[in-house]
Every structure is written in C-alpha cells, then in structure tokens.
Design a binder for this molecule. Structure first.
Ligand SMILES: *[C@@H]1O[C@H](CO)[C@@H](O)[C@H](O)[C@H]1NC(C)=O
Ligand SMILES: *[C@@H]1O[C@H](CO)[C@@H](O)[C@H](O)[C@H]1NC(C)=O
Ligand SMILES: *[C@@H]1O[C@H](CO)[C@@H](O)[C@H](O)[C@H]1NC(C)=O
Ligand SMILES: *[C@@H]1O[C@H](CO)[C@@H](O)[C@H](O)[C@H]1NC(C)=O
Ligand SMILES: *[C@@H]1O[C@H](CO)[C@@H](O)[C@H](O)[C@H]1NC(C)=O
Ligand SMILES: *[C@@H]1O[C@H](CO)[C@@H](O)[C@H](O)[C@H]1NC(C)=O
Ligand SMILES: [Zn+2]
Length: 445
C-alpha cells in the first residue's frame, strides 16, 4: 500500500515537472512591504546578525518575563473575519497587482475531487507541484542542492503550552532552543504562526536572538487555498505585522500550513514580499496521536514517526542517500515532536551537514532588514528573487560548499523525494477526509 502511494505520488510529481513552465530569473519585482505600521524598534531583540556583541554568549535558560502590549490584531488562531473590509487589509489589497494573481477560485473538497490531473494551478496538496505555471514567480524552495545536507526546519512555533501545567510546560520553549544551542550551536529555520508569536512573544524573541532564521507560517494556520483573496492577504499581513512589532523583522520566506499552496496563494505571498518554502521529507511528527501537550486525533503513533526517521538514517548509513540534500519538515508543537527531534539530532549531525534550509539554498538575507546576514553553505549568496548578491557571506564551517546548483536561481533540480509517510499525507489530505481532516488538525494546533 505504501509503495503504491509512493509510486502514485512520484508519477504525479514527474508529470508536474514535465508540464512545468520553464523557470526564469526575471520574476515580478518585489519591494519592501510598505503596508506595515511604523513600529518603534522592539526591545529585547537583536537588530543584526551577527549580533552587535559577538563575544556575548547567546541567551539560554528561562525566558524573559517582560510584558508585551500587542493590540490591533484579530482573534488568535482564527481566519481573519471580514478581511475584505478590514481597514488594515483594504490598502494592502489595493497595492497588489491582481493582473499578476491567477484567478483561481478558493478550493474546496468538491474541486479537489474533480481537479484536473494536468494540475493547472500548481497545487501542492494535489500532486506535490513546486514549479509555478506562471513564469514570474520562482520555484518553491524544497530541497538542499548539496548531497549530504539536512535542511533543519521547525513549523508551528513558538511553542508554548496549553493548558498551563508544570508537566506540560517542560516541553515548551526554551526547551528546543536550549537543546539546539547546546548541540553544536545548531541553527534552524523557524516558521512562526502569528497567533503563536502573540501568545509567546518572549519565546519568539529567543528564537531570533539565538540566531535562528524566522519565516512566516501565516496568522492562524489555515489551508490557504481554501481562503478568499482578502483572507489570504490578511493571513500574511497580520503574521508579518506581528513579527515586525515583536521581532523587528520582515521575513522574505513563508511556508504554507499543510503545504497547501497554489499559484494564486504563491503570487499573493510574492507580492507581499515572500518566497514559498516547502520540504522534500516529512517526519509526520505533526500527526502523532495522543500527545500530552496537544492531545488530538493524530493518525500515527510515536513509533511510526520514529521508524520513518530511522529509515532515512539507515538509508544514509548504507550510502543510499547521495543524490540531493533534504529540507525536512519537523515541528515545535508537542512533547512528541520535541522528543523525536532531540532524540535524532545528534545522529543527524553526524551523518549530514545540518543547517537551516535557507542556508543550504544560499539565502543569507532572509529579511527585508538587510542588517541580518546569516552564514550559508556556499560562497555566494542569492536573493530570494534568484539574483546573486554582492553581500559578503560567511560559509558554514565544515560545510561542503561545492554546490553546483541552487534552487535560488530557479533551476529545476531533482524531483521531490517523498517518503511513504509523506505520500500518505498527500493522500490523507486530498481524499475522503480532505479539508475536514485538515480542519481537525488545525483545531489541535
Ligand atoms: C532582487 O532582490 C534584491 C534584494 O532585495 C534587490 O536588490 C534586487 O533589485 C532584486 N532584483 C530583481 C531583478 O528583482
Ligand atoms: C466548490 O468550488 C466550486 C468551484 O468554485 C463551486 O462551484 C462549488 O459550489 C463549491 N462547493 C462547495 C461545497 O463549496
Ligand atoms: C526510535 O528508534 C530508535 C532506532 O530504532 C530506537 O533506538 C529508539 O528506542 C526508538 N524510540 C522509541 C521511543 O521507540
Ligand atoms: C538502497 O535502497 C534500495 C531501495 O530502497 C534497497 O533495495 C537497497 O537494499 C538499499 N541498499 C543499501 C545498501 O541499503
Ligand atoms: C508526553 O509526555 C508524557 C509525560 O511526560 C509522556 O507520558 C508521554 O509518553 C509523552 N508523549 C509522547 C508521544 O512522547
Ligand atoms: C562535496 O560534495 C561533493 C559532491 O557530493 C563531493 O564530490 C566532494 O568530495 C565533497 N567535498 C567535501 C570536502 O566533502
Ligand atoms: Zn504548520
């Protein structure tokens, strides 16, 4: 069954690649988002990377208890209501060139069932498409070009606990951030949900201050292709606004919840300053059942997720994983996801050159605030729009910098390698349960 799913997913992916428009580096021009309020610089966070005081130890241990006053945001963990008439959203809608946003209706399970196999909208959920059918938007970032590289990414943070109990709180941040710091000062991409930053601003500040790369994971974690244009804009707007207010940064990178993206959503994200990042390996940690912190209707056991990662590791140890590096989907979401990632990280670090997915794709400046310049795998940085950058960069020490291609340039690269588990996820999200299933997961988050 698993191998059938794998074969079907792979066939769809290859078809999607064959039909893809030729990638180009002349993408629609972007500009630094002018639609956000002019916040005064937040206190408690760095304003550059490397930080001003490079000799100081990076922060660890208990989080700051400083109070935050955050106002002007919609209800947490809900799709923004009345987005089309929201006075914050109306000017952003007006600033978007809608002739460059494909006129694709919001998806629903009906359209999912009858959606053409030619995949006209490059809908990832349906077939894993990562190369837009519109020429003016770059390919999604979804793997590390250099073999032996592990692109470390965590979604759904910053993790805090609910309900608040002493037992639960031990899995919340700074648990993972401290662990990473204590394990070779490991850096990762953190895809933050705007609502969660509002719930745990001090944890978000720790993530930035420790040198992780922060990207957007929307305001409320919906299936983005199901939303209206105004709702899509609002999900991006409030997430970016929250990160600008709390962290002082405006990310150029985002990841769609459930991977649910099509060319309409990509085009809106791009015009709001962001490039789409997916993955090529899914631990399925988000789908672990019966977790203490986030008890929910997950479909797999901890052992199954553990076996998935163990399978990749065994493959690598056997010299079988040498074609491309990976961008791996993990979560800071529950004790299960934290336990899983902390169990495997030391082994992964031994077998792979481990770094943020942005770093292995040579994106040194992932924010519009260009004072942040992170180390990358290669010697030359690329901008998220595919052009090379003249900014001097630091190469991640010990990295293999002989990378011959970069998805940052829009080269089409190898097709997505899906684990059986990832193929299972595609099937789960697109078949019978469809968006109902996604909604159930959203409730858990
Ligand atoms: C690409 O992005 C960089 C950095 O934001 C910018 O300076 C440059 O003008 C952009 N180039 C194109 C062709 O869009
Ligand atoms: C699903 O979308 C199609 C196309 O936009 C529409 O005709 C149909 O009414 C929608 N179905 C539901 C149940 O919303
Ligand atoms: C996860 O898998 C590894 C490798 O097989 C094993 O050593 C470990 O005990 C497993 N963890 C759990 C909790 O089953
Ligand atoms: C490599 O992977 C293939 C396919 O999964 C498998 O049949 C083979 O035994 C593996 N080789 C090694 C040395 O692990
Ligand atoms: C979550 O934490 C509780 C208490 O420490 C533990 O009993 C349970 O096994 C954990 N769940 C997972 C999936 O690790
Ligand atoms: C870097 O990777 C290339 C391609 O996999 C390999 O040929 C080369 O030996 C590696 N160099 C180092 C220093 O690891
Ligand atoms: Zn998520």
């Amino acid at each position: 069954m698993i191998s059938l799913q794998y074969a079907a997913a792979l066939a769809t992916l290859l078809l999607a690649t064959a039909n893809a428009a030729t990638p180009t580096s002349s993408y629609l021009p972007q500009s630094s988002p002018a639609f956000l309020p002019k916040f005064s610089a937040p206190t408690g966070v760095i304003t550059a990377w490397p930080p001003a005081n490079t000799a100081a130890a990076l922060p660890s241990g208990p989080l700051s208890t400083a109070a935050f006053t955050l106002s002007g945001y919609p209800a947490m963990n809900e799709v923004v209501k009345n987005a089309a008439t929201d006075p914050n959203i109306v000017p952003v809608i007006a600033a978007i060139d809608w002739t460059k946003v494909p006129n694709i209706p919001p998806t629903n399970d009906t359209i999912g069932a009858s959606y053409p196999s030619s995949d006209p909208n490059c809908w990832w959920t349906k077939g894993g498409c990562v190369t837009p059918k519109i020429s003016y938007i770059p390919q999604d970032i979804y793997y590390c070009p250099t073999p032996g590289t592990w692109g470390l990414t965590y979604d759904d943070g910053p993790m805090y606990y609910y309900p608040v109990t002493a037992e639960n709180s031990k899995w919340a941040e700074p648990n993972l951030y401290d662990y990473l710091l204590n394990h070779n000062n490991q850096k990762a991409d953190l895809f933050y949900i705007g609502s969660k930053v509002m719930g745990a601003p001090a944890a978000a500040q720790r993530g930035l201050n420790d040198g992780h790369v922060i990207c957007s994971h929307t305001w409320s974690h919906p299936s983005m292709t199901t939303l209206t244009n105004a709702e899509v804009v609002a999900e991006f707007y409030y997430s970016l606004r929250m990160m600008k207010e709390v962290l002082g940064i405006t990310p150029k990178c985002w990841r769609p919840p459930y991977g649910d993206v099509d060319d309409r959503v990509r085009a809106i994200a791009w015009q709001m300053g962001m490039r789409t990042i997916i993955w090529d390996l899914d631990t399925n940690d988000w789908n672990i059942n019966g977790d203490q912190v986030a008890p929910g209707p997950g479909a797999i056991t901890y052992t199954e997720a553990n076996n998935t990662v163990n399978g990749w590791i065994t493959n690598r140890e056997n010299g079988n994983d040498t074609k491309q590096g990976h961008v791996v989907l993990e979560h800071e979401l529950s004790n299960a996801t934290i336990t899983l990632t902390e169990f495997w990280l030391p082994t992964i670090q031994k077998l792979y050159n481990t770094m943020p997915a942005t770093a292995c794709n040579n994106i040194a400046q992932p924010y519009w605030e260009e004072s942040f310049v992170y180390p990358i795998q290669g010697k030359v940085a690329v901008n998220t729009n595919g052009t090379s950058s003249t900014t001097p960069v630091t190469t991640i020490s010990g990295s293999n910098s002989t990378s011959s291609s970069s998805s940052g340039t829009g080269s089409s690269g190898p097709s997505v390698v899906k684990s059986g588990a990832a193929a299972g996820q595609i099937q789960a999200v697109t078949s019978v349960m469809g968006l109902v299933f996604a909604a159930a997961v959203a409730l858990v988050l």
